[in-house]
Design a protein around this ligand. Structure first.
Ligand code: IVH
Length: 583
């Protein structure tokens, strides 16, 4: 049991750390999806082990994080968050819950976009803006009234008639994607650090200590609700209240939709999914709210969110798409890799058009075919992968994937590996694809680290038969390079300069550069630490490698086989004469 308590405590600590970075330092350590999943796990554990409950758990309170830069002020009514889900199907559960609480079958819902910005609470007295507070911990927020001028569409004096004596207007501050892109382009031109997402700019701008700044940032405000209102008998419907806010001079989202039927809500979500990338501001989901103010009051609140509203967030890590075709690529070590061409999908700004299918086994295990609808996962910066085939599209046409018998590059017969899992092109010395990739690997960051020797130039030089291995690259001179199309003088100077300095190379970078299968940078470091010269490593036997800590059978076998080939030994000896290897 103590073990469970420790898990719960660690989860709370982790979530609070993420909240601190997000709210105070304006840095997202994990995606929203991952954060919400952690919170969900914590909630489940706390429900099942209620003796470990804690009133200060992040499941019970909104992250209490302040930067100490601004005065704190109380919201008149708490400014709550939204309970979030990642599947629209959850709306069915929400409907049952609402039915149970209200005894009404067909409650009206107001659907809205969930705008990804920073929440703000504006207090108006007799129609005049008194102050504006960030959400903070939901009870008190930072007073950022001095920076309010940055928001260009905000009424400082309410327009129209029937203006309440006191009114808290809640909404989201955001910036247009086009403005975000232009700003980042300008920063890049000036070699300044660009912003990673729109929310970061907004949060940073609102928390400026001095409102003057060289950056021309145009913030916008969209109103999505109210807090305290006096007199409080003005509205019966949330949707109508938003319309009234529009008359007061606020920008209201044009996609807000009143839904009399459940199906309209599902369709709203579907439509938003289709158009979300075309909308000129970031949204991270939709919000579904019970429209009747009377019913909202009846359904009530928890300490953290209203029970009459939910957010259905977009799952930014798992996206559905279709396999349009499958091509085959030969990798550096001759392994044939099937690569699926996808209907492009957008993971928070990163467009993915291709994904590796790895090997025969993986294709069979997942049941992948050309035309299959698939779920692609990309968490953080990890390479995207297909996690499953979606079987709901039964009537569509699918084609089986056939593996080629010949190398798609050099046309030589492919060989099936011992475990029948992978096809290999063993024409290492003459297969252009392998030649190019090996040279690229040799001069890559963990190898000799020559930045000018990239895929385009290698491809041109190999195609023109000027180079066929890394040794040839050291023979290049400026005259040869001048004859290659589209390489600037500046580039040529850079290449020859960097090539020259790359000759001073650490032994471990040299081992890595050789491109021996399975030998990455950490294995290279490990191996290098155990040898003092090239001759020593050439004459080492299998056990010499196997006895090194953390070097397993496979790596030992690969490196031993590599140095067992007289061609490789000749090649390594030639290289070691040109290079100045540091042991
Ligand atoms: S309603 C009491 N509506 O999402 C109701 N919130 O994750 C609470 N948000 O703190 C908010 N668009 O900053 C609501 N149309 C919308 C929204 C919205 C964005 C933000 C808001 C809230 C956060 C919760």
């Amino acid at each position: 049991m103590k073990y469970i308590n420790n898990i719960i405590k660690n989860l709370r600590k982790k979530i609070k750390l993420y909240e601190y970075f997000y709210h105070v330092l304006n840095i997202s350590l994990v995606s929203d999806y991952k954060y919400d999943k952690l919170l969900e796990s914590l909630l489940i554990l706390e429900k099942n082990f209620s003796n470990y409950s804690d009133n200060y758990s992040p499941t019970k309170i909104i992250g209490e994080n302040f930067s100490n830069m601004f005065k704190l002020k109380n919201h008149i009514l708490p400014m709550l968050s939204l309970e979030s889900f990642y599947k629209i199907d959850y709306f069915n559960n929400f409907c049952s819950f609402v039915k149970k609480k209200t005894n009404i079958d067909n409650v009206k819902f107001c659907c809205e976009l969930k705008i990804d910005g920073v929440a703000l609470n504006l207090l108006y007295k007799d129609g005049i803006l008194l102050h504006s507070l960030t959400r903070g911990n939901g009870y008190e927020g930072e007073d950022i009234t001095n920076n309010i001028n940055l928001i260009s569409n905000l009424p400082k004096k309410l327009l129209g008639h029937n203006i309440p004596k006191i009114l808290e207007v809640r909404g989201e501050v955001f910036i247009l994607k086009t403005d975000f892109n232009n700003l980042n382009k300008m920063l890049l031109k000036k070699f300044l650090k660009s912003f990673s997402n729109t929310r970061n700019i907004v949060s940073g701008a609102l928390r400026r200590k001095h409102s003057e700044s060289k950056l021309n940032i145009k913030l916008l405000f969209v109103a999505y609700g109210i807090g305290f209102i006096y007199p409080n008998n003005l509205f019966t419907s949330h949707y109508k209240m938003l319309k009234k806010l529009k008359n007061f001079g606020f920008y209201i989202n044009k996609y807000n939709l009143i839904c009399n039927k459940k199906i309209t809500v599902f369709n709203f979500f579907k439509k938003v999914l289709l158009i979300k990338d075309k909308i000129n501001f970031d949204i991270d989901g939709i919000v579904i709210k019970v429209d009747s103010i009377k019913l909202q009051k009846k359904i009530g609140y928890t300490n953290k969110f209203p029970k009459w509203a939910i957010a259905i967030k977009f799952d930014t890590e798992n996206l559905e798409t279709r396999i349009l075709n499958v091509r085959f690529k030969i990798g550096r070590t001759g392994i044939l890799t099937p690569v699926a061409k996808l209907h492009p999908i957008n993971f928070s700004g990163v467009v993915i058009k291709n994904v590796s299918l790895h090997n025969v086994d993986n294709i069979i295990k997942l049941g992948i075919k050309i035309g299959s609808y698939v779920l692609v996962k990309r968490s953080g910066n990890v390479i995207p992968k297909i996690v499953k085939v979606i079987s709901k599209h039964k009537k569509k046409k699918y084609k089986k994937i056939f593996f080629p018998k010949y190398c798609p590059c050099c046309k030589k017969d492919l060989v099936l590996s011992k475990n029948n899992k992978i096809y290999i092109c063993i024409n290492k010395r003459h297969c252009i694809s392998q030649i190019k990739k090996n040279i690229l690997h040799f001069f890559s960051k963990n190898g000799l680290n020559v930045r000018g020797i990239g895929p385009t130039i290698i491809s041109k030089l190999v195609d023109k038969k000027i180079i066929s291995n890394p040794l040839d690259v050291f023979k290049l001179n400026e005259n040869v390079l001048y004859n290659i199309k589209n390489i600037s003088k500046k580039c040529i100077k850079k290449i020859t300069y960097e090539l020259n300095i790359s000759k001073n190379v650490n032994f471990y970078n040299f081992i890595y550069a050789l491109g021996i299968p399975e030998i990455g940078i950490s294995a290279s470091k490990n191996i290098a630490n155990n040898f003092n010269s090239v001759e020593e490593i050439i004459s080492a036997n299998y056990d010499d490698f196997r006895n090194i800590k953390n070097i397993g059978k496979k790596i030992s076998k690969n490196i031993f086989c590599f140095f067992n080939s007289s061609n490789n030994v000749k090649y390594v000896k030639k290289l070691s004469k040109i290079l100045r290897i540091v042991f």
